[in-house]
Design a protein around this ligand. Structure first.
Ligand SMILES: N[C@@H](CCC(=O)N[C@@H](CS)C(=O)NCC(=O)O)C(=O)O
Length: 328
């Protein structure tokens, strides 16, 4: 675990500061792929959507990278955007391209470490080296390392080649999707990290309380409708999904989010199975990478690096979400 400083790799753990709170850094590559290739508003560099031009570097372990795999699958972009998967262990060199357990290596450049992809884009980059990375093979640079923006690009920019009938953030629902995301991101998606990486009791408890308040809200929301917004899955669902699927196996114990497991919530647990059973989604979930990554990589949280064997989870079991009226 570390970061780049002026293009040089430094091995260091997150600094939580005197308040013990984990603060996620802002992603730095924030360009957009657009249909016409014109830069997005306020940006200088433009990137045109083209089949075969772009590449994703992801980890199966990472909930943010997982969003991009879900979109690539649902939008049928597998032949349009290629993918490499990093190794699940993130140690002193950060993410690596060791080829094991289904990690692909760097098929573009044969790099050893993900930080070499960042310095290939910017030799003087300073900051964290995170997944996902959306890479432009033509300009040999990073378009974006911000998953929330990458998924919005995948939702619409490649519709000439992907499945244009799938729209996961329709304009008429955008405001409500954003409102749900604004609740889910700080309290749940990032909330589990805020609990798990806290270094004071107070910071941990604050994150813990906010997390379970927000899960209670989602549980109630899902008592009224099959999905979080509207009558089809949307971005709001898939952003919650990648945290829920990791919760009982990892966040409950490793990050001490142990008031309840997802399987204790009738609506959330059925909803989670419903989403998991959407065709193609199961292939984006890799529990080996998820468990091995968190328990083995976060030495300050789990110094023995022992990966627990349990729990038994069966996301293929039947769910009751068909009780809501189907979308027309
Ligand atoms: N805001 C980023 C966050 C990505 C992120 O933090 N990824 C984690 C893995 S789950 C990572 O690569 N961390 C490495 C590090 O912080 O050094 C996004 O959503 O794309």
């Amino acid at each position: 675990m570390g970061r780049l400083v002026d293009g040089i790799w430094k091995d260091e753990w997150y600094d939580t500061g005197s308040d013990g709170k984990f603060k996620r850094s802002e992603s730095q590559f924030r360009d957009w792929i657009t249909v016409d290739g014109k830069p997005a508003e306020g940006r200088e560099r433009g990137f045109k959507a083209e089949p075969g031009r772009y590449h994703l570097y992801v980890s199966y372990a990472c909930p943010w990278a997982h969003r991009t795999l879900v979109y690539r699958k649902l939008k049928k972009l597998e032949d349009v955007i290629s993918v490499d998967v990093v190794h699940h262990f993130m140690g002193e060199n950060g993410w690596t391209f060791v080829e094991e357990d289904g990690a692909t290596g760097d098929t573009l450049y044969g790099s050893e470490f993900l930080h070499q992809i960042y310095t290939r884009a910017d030799p003087t980059y300073s900051g964290r080296v995170t997944v996902p990375v959306l890479w432009d093979k033509k300009e040999q640079t990073i378009v974006s390392n911000e998953s929330s923006e990458i998924i919005r690009m995948l939702n619409s920019a490649f519709d000439a080649w992907g499945d244009a009938s799938v729209d996961l953030s329709p304009a008429h629902l955008r405001r409500e999707i954003d409102a749900v995301n604004d609740r889910v991101y700080p309290a749940i998606n990032n909330g589990v990290y805020r609990a798990g990486f806290a270094t004071t009791q107070g910071a941990y408890e604050e994150a813990f309380d906010e997390l379970f308040d927000a899960l209670d809200d989602m549980e109630q929301r899902l008592a009224r409708s099959r999905y979080l917004v509207g009558d089809k899955t949307t971005e709001a669902d898939w952003r919650l999904f990648t945290t829920l699927i990791r919760f009982d196996a990892v966040y409950y114990s490793h990050f001490k989010c142990n008031l309840r497991q997802i399987r204790d919530y009738p609506n959330l647990s059925n909803y989670l199975r419903d989403l998991y059973q959407v065709p193609g989604i199961a292939s984006t979930v890799n529990m080996l990478h998820i468990k091995a990554h968190y328990y083995a990589s976060h030495e300050t949280v789990n110094p023995t690096r022992i990966v627990p064997k349990g729990p038994e989870l069966d996301f293929t079991a039947p769910h009751d979400r068909n009780r809501f009226r189907k979308a027309a």
